[in-house]
Design a protein around this ligand. Structure first.
Ligand code: ZN
Length: 598
């Protein structure tokens, strides 16, 4: 049956502009350009002579800068959304390209502000940041300066930027080219098929055990063939990273990432230790899963095998009702806001040719409401996707009290509302499900999602750190990387999952290691933070709700640590992170009960 219950569910973008040829688009772009030029003329000099800069002048400057950025975000958002909804229409492609180019030009005119602000002497900057008039911008101004001790002179930075194109960026491109052109020949249903990397990875979720095993063997054999180059690329990038750490005075390889995330490294260390001390929960689940699959022991290729029974098709209208009920039970305001998304057509859910795949929520600015794109195919996963994106949407609506510079959150807390929204809808669905087999599928799916984020990303980060430490001693070889990988994974899988010899190549295709080093712990942080907050909600009941709403309303107006404090959260306290595992333990208990019943 074709899944089409979301047919006709399209967003209405006229709150932004009336159409792709609305003269308002060009008008906004030329206005912004003129304002940016005037701003640059006036403010460059003021910042260069910062000793004489008054708080009032800086305040006016920031307000103008913010207002230009915000006006620009309306155009950026509109062209981006039009294009996402219909990538094949030439006039949308043209608009997207035109806006991208003109908006980059305008942003380049304004770039001097951040650079000059970094150059301002500490004493002068502190005087300005501490001035009461600048209070609304104190977080913005001080967080811009966090990279100051690690920024080189302008000619040095320019030189590095240019040389990076033939240096580390080139190695990144080489990695992408190799992994995207990998070809895996696999026998399936009696035919030989040529598969790419994502196709072969998706076979690990198939019900047929022999097929899963063949897919995994083929995957690692294929990677091993490229092993020498993949090792060389990774080795070079680690060495480049270590060199840059030395030149930029970073005390260890993770510090730069911590600065981006606005997180203290000590809190990350604590979190990772707590995750590691709970690996046993993962093993408990894998033993349970072996039982469900009728196996004495789980092999690595069984990790993602489906269990339980799939739910019936889930029409879009039913998803809408379930989500509104589940969110409303938490807080009436959640229901009210979410209902607006459906009623006012801020969601584009139908499947169409030319529409972008996947799902996202765009929250352009406090002056505008968010928009959601998804591709609804009538299954339960899509219900959770809508709940996830609506969580982002709630966050985007509630934080409209903030000004533009205080609107967005850093990566570590960006998923707070989305994952929380998913948890609310998930619990609602499990509680109302009468078929135990379906409940099993729901719980197993949820646990595996959580493990892929919390445990696996922690393993990945530990491996990364071990590879960096090893590189300080000597060049990395396939043997060495393979051993470090097996060691990091062995701590997690232990005696519960059997790893094949070929799994030594498991590290070699992971793009984060290449393109965004030490990024993976941010996923752990985001997911575990929400599980712990969710636990607090269940412990505290309704008294938790206003505190949580205040957190969302605060947007990105302060660091995650400061914003979480009023909830009684101390991210340096292992006890806080452990709460997340109490929640996970509860899910496993529930699953054990169901397995005993069937
Ligand atoms: Zn998200």
């Amino acid at each position: 049956m074709a899944a089409n219950s979301a047919e006709g569910i399209r967003w209405n973008l006229t709150d932004l502009f009336s159409s792709h040829d609305d003269p308002g688009i060009d008008q906004t772009l030329s206005d912004c350009r003129a304002r940016a030029e005037a701003f640059s003329r006036q403010f460059r000099e003021r910042l260069e002579n910062s000793a004489r800069l008054t708080p009032q002048q800086l305040l006016e400057g920031l307000q103008e800068l913010e207002s230009i950025d915000e006006a620009l975000s309306r155009v950026d958002c509109y062209s981006g959304l039009l294009y996402a909804a219909d990538t094949a229409r030439p006039e949308y492609q043209d608009l997207e390209q035109k806006v991208e180019q003109r908006s980059t030009e305008i942003k380049n005119l304004l770039l001097f502000f951040e650079l000059e602000w970094l150059k301002v002497e500490d004493a002068v900057a502190e005087r300005l940041i501490d001035d009461p008039a600048l209070k609304p911008y104190s977080h913005y101004l001080s967080s811009l300066r966090r990279f100051r001790p690690h920024t080189l002179t302008e000619p040095e930075e320019k030189l590095l930027n240019e040389k990076d194109n033939t240096g580390r960026n080139a190695f990144g491109r080489l990695f992408s080219e190799i992994t995207s052109s990998l070809n895996f020949a696999l026998e399936k249903d009696g035919n030989k098929e040529d598969l790419n990397l994502s196709q072969i990875l998706s076979l690990l979720h198939e019900p047929d055990r022999k097929l899963r095993q063949r897919a995994m063997d083929t995957l690692y054999a294929g990677l091993a063939q490229q092993g020498q180059v993949l090792t060389f690329v990774y080795d070079t990038l680690i060495q480049d990273h270590l060199t840059m750490d030395r030149l930029r005075h970073y005390p260890n390889p993770m510090v730069q990432r911590h600065l981006f995330n606005e997180i203290d490294g000590a809190a990350v260390d604590t979190m990772m230790q707590v995750v590691e001390s709970n690996y046993g929960l993962g093993r408990d689940y894998f033993k349970l899963k072996a039982k469900l699959l009728g196996l004495s022991h789980l092999a690595l290729h069984d990790q993602y095998a489906p269990v339980g029974k799939e739910n019936r098709p889930f029409p879009y209208e039913q998803a809408r009702l379930v989500i509104l009920e589940a969110l409303g039970a938490f807080a009436p305001i959640f229901r009210e806001i979410a209902a607006e998304f459906f009623a006012k057509n801020w969601i584009d859910a139908e499947i169409r040719k030319g529409k972008r795949g996947g799902a996202f929520c765009a929250s352009p600015s406090p002056q505008l409401h968010p928009y959601i794109l998804c591709n609804y195919t009538d299954n339960l996963r899509d219900v959770m996707t809508v709940a996830h994106e609506l969580g982002h949407g709630l966050h985007g609506c509630l934080s409209r009290k903030q000004s533009y510079f205080n609107y967005d959150t850093p990566l570590t807390t960006a998923e707070t509302a989305s994952v929380f929204g998913e948890m609310l809808v998930f619990d609602y669905l499990v509680a109302r499900q009468v078929d135990s087999e379906v409940q099993i599928a729901l719980l197993a799916g949820k646990l595996e999602d959580i493990f892929a984020t919390v445990f696996r990303q922690n393993v990945l980060t530990r491996f990364e750190a071990a590879a960096f430490a090893a590189r300080k001693e000597k060049r990395l070889t396939p043997e060495l990387l393979g051993s470090l990988w097996i060691e990091a994974n062995g701590k997690y899988y232990g005696d519960a999952v059997e790893m094949p010899e070929s799994y030594r190549w498991g590290w070699s295709y992971i793009p984060h290691f290449i393109h965004s080093r030490f990024y993976c712990y941010s996923y752990v942080f985001g997911q575990l933070l929400v599980l712990a907050l969710y636990r607090m909600y269940r412990e505290q009941g309704d008294s938790f709700v206003p505190k949580y709403l205040a957190l969302l309303e605060a947007g990105g107006s302060d660091s995650p640590e400061a914003l979480l404090k009023p909830l009684g959260v101390d991210i340096h306290d292992p006890g806080f992170w452990q709460k997340g595992f109490q929640e996970i333990g509860g899910l496993i208990k529930k699953l054990e009960g169901l397995v005993a019943k069937v």
